[in-house]
Design a protein around this ligand. Structure first.
Ligand SMILES: Nc1nc2c(ncn2[C@@H]2O[C@H](COP(=O)(O)OP(=O)(O)OP(=O)(O)O)[C@@H](O)[C@H]2O)c(=O)[nH]1
Ligand SMILES: [Mg+2]
Length: 391
């Protein structure tokens, strides 16, 4: 599957930059293209300069809202981010038009953090713009939710996230939710290592996008997972998971592949990887709420067998029993077996619901505060009524 990737704001741009790196890896290691165009859109000029992989010309690193922000961002005011996107959105459309291999793209992936200003406001507006112009291609969002410490220290974090998610959900074909906090659960040092988190967010896309682009027979599985399967799976609220098991690099001659012990070890490793994918989903959710699901098993050809694929299917069927499940196998890497799981068309996401609930009370607080300020201002104005003025 080939994507046009567009990042908005600091978070979105850095992750889009990571996708650009992923494409270079696919080209170098596998001779495959998975990204037809990668763009970074921001109101902050310094952030755009800090990227490393996306081409550095003005049609790939796109500065918007220059007049309004003088290149310094919108300071978490996502209403301003949305307004700027409405005014400058054409710059992005013009840039997409220059993508040489645009016609080969299967879908758009727009990326942003929900808690900031630029990305949070721009992503729903640009999703709508792009959908109106390119009706034949799905437009997906990947939205990054804030760390817990951001939610507790800054009220605007939750409010921004709620507006961003509600707006995006009304226009995007699917929203892949990624919770920053999930990535620091096991390794707290990651809180300060966004680059590492970005690499982890993007990693599952490597095999997922490559699998359907292979042309060499030895890399085509018994059931090839292609763009059609992915497009059929991605609908509405979506989460992804990724798990990996190491395998011995070399098999000794006496470890015959028909040995029953070896076969049970393979199955065990496969289940272990899927277990990890499910427990490390990009956002905590209940798999029973998914109406669609997909899994892709990538492993050396000789480690894969139909039993293993079936076992993985049975496992997923048990935990996501309401879902239509698609699957694929991808004969590839030496020494590792990995499993990617997508749960989509989720009919409930607790975290999103909580953002909505908390924001509803926040809106009332803002209104009350605004009224208090206005009444105080009125008081001081009233008191100054008889004082002469130089102006
Ligand atoms: N995973 C990840 N999250 C990030 C990154 N940069 C920022 N964030 C998160 O994104 C949110 C803030 O959004 P930003 O992208 O910095 O904001 P922005 O869109 O640039 O908007 P303004 O700076 O307000 O104009 C916070 O929740 C951060 O934790 C990143 O590189 N990776
Ligand atoms: Mg910024």
């Amino acid at each position: 599957m080939k994507l046009v990737v567009i990042g908005f704001g600091q978070c979105g741009c850095r992750i889009a930059d990571e996708f650009s790196r992923l494409n270079r890896r696919a080209r170098g290691q596998r001779g495959i293209e998975i990204i037809t165009g990668a763009f970074a859109v921001n109101t902050d000029a310094a952030d755009l300069s800090g990227l490393t992989n996306i081409k550095s010309d003005y049609q790939h690193r796109i500065l918007i809202g220059g007049r309004k922000t003088s290149g310094h961002g919108v300071g978490k005011i996502n209403e301003l981010g949305a307004e700027i996107a409405r005014e400058d959105g054409d710059k992005v459309i013009d840039a997409i038009r220059t993508t040489r291999r645009f016609f080969e793209s299967d879908a758009f992936l727009l990326i942003a953090g929900s808690a900031g200003g630029t990305g949070s406001g721009a992503i729903p507006i640009m999703t709508q713009f792009i959908k109106e112009r390119y009706m034949d291609k799905p437009v997906y969002n990947l939205i990054v939710l804030p760390f817990e410490h951001e939610e507790t220290t800054e009220e605007r974090t939750i409010y921004n996230s709620a507006i961003c998610l509600k707006s995006a959900n009304s226009v995007a074909d699917a929203i892949i939710l990624v919770d920053n906090q999930r990535y620091v659960r096991k390794d707290f040092s990651l809180r300060n290592n966004l680059a590492k988190i970005n690499a982890l967010i993007v990693e599952p896309f490597y095999n997922l996008l490559c699998a359907g682009e292979e042309t060499k027979v030895k890399h085509i599985g018994a059931k090839m997972l292609d763009a059609g399967d992915i497009i059929q799976t991605l609908v509405g609220w979506t989460v992804m998971g990724y798990g990996k098991s190491q395998l011995p690099l070399i098999r000794l001659p006496f470890e015959r592949s028909r040995d029953f012990r070896k076969k049970s070890t393979e199955t065990h490793k496969g289940i272990q990887a899927m277990d990890e994918a499910i427990s490390e989903l990009s956002l905590k959710c209940n798999p029973m709420d998914a109406s669609r699901a997909l899994y892709l098993l990538s492993a050396p050809a000789r480690e894969m067998n139909m039993d293993l694929i079936k076992e993985l299917g049975d496992y997923l069927r048990d935990i996501a029993s309401e879902a239509v499940i698609r699957n694929g196998d991808y004969p590839r890497e030496r020494g590792v077996l990995d499993v990617i799981v997508i749960l989509s068309e989720l009919n409930d996401v607790e975290k999103v619901r909580n953002y909505y609930n908390k924001s509803a009370s926040f809106i009332a607080t803002i209104k009350k505060r605004q009224e208090e300020i206005e009444s105080k201002l009125k008081g001081i104005k009233e008191a100054s009524k008889d004082i002469p003025s130089f102006l």
